[in-house]
Design a binder for this molecule. Sequence first.
Ligand code: KIV
Length: 273
Amino acid sequence: MSVQKAIKRVTSTQIAARKNNEPIVALTSYHTHTAAIADPYVDFLLVGDSLGMVMNGFETTLPVTLEMMIAHGKAVFSGAKSALIVVDMPFGSYEESPQIAFRNAVRIIKETQCGAVKLEGGRHMAPTIKFLVERGVPVMAHVGLTPQAINTLGGFKTQGKTKDQWQPIIDDAKAVADAGAFAVVLEAMAEPLAAAITKQISIPTIGIGASNECDGQILVMEDMLGLSPRVPKFVKEFGKVGEAIENAIKTYSQDVKSRQFPSPDHTFDLKQK
Ligand code: KIV
């Protein structure tokens, strides 16, 4: 086989090898420009189906389509040059059968060039994960709070608050690891449960609201930037981007109204930043 381009992107196997090692850094991204900014600082970027709520104002992730995931996956892939790009499989695109999941995962990979897909679910999705991995599709799993199951879970709630609720979630994490997932997202989970899972499985755990006990962390980029109007309690806001945008737009509006707007030099040459 000849290689036309040097491959420098992080791979799913490199992420898997980070178990009990340097913590894995991840963020969601939905656009080329945020992907380019985050790329040097993260191991992987997740094109999460949270884009339905964050960017489109949906109440849940359920209305998100395969076409939406592919459009945003392409944008993120073109902005990031080294991070692994993982694209979420949206609700309804993988649950029916391993064959349908494979067809849709392949479409995502061919059209976005991403390096892996993510799907939600534990024991019941293990046969599908195995089917995909055996056919060359790297899969990141997602257990605990699985937002696509919101209507059966009854709300966005922390999972495993009491010890008697732990075992099914531990069994889910073990099942996806045994099926060949290269990593698993643990969402909204009590710290001792996240610690127990991280100790008991051989693949990295990526926490979101699941404590420092995980092998890595992921946050929704808009939440950690301070751009989202409401964030879950566990989110630390590392910036005040919402305020910065509002101030810039306010100043622009004032400049236009007071005719302070700078005269153009009538060229489209780009400014170097
Ligand atoms: O869709 C998403 O953003 C996610 C993260 C919360 C892990 O699945």
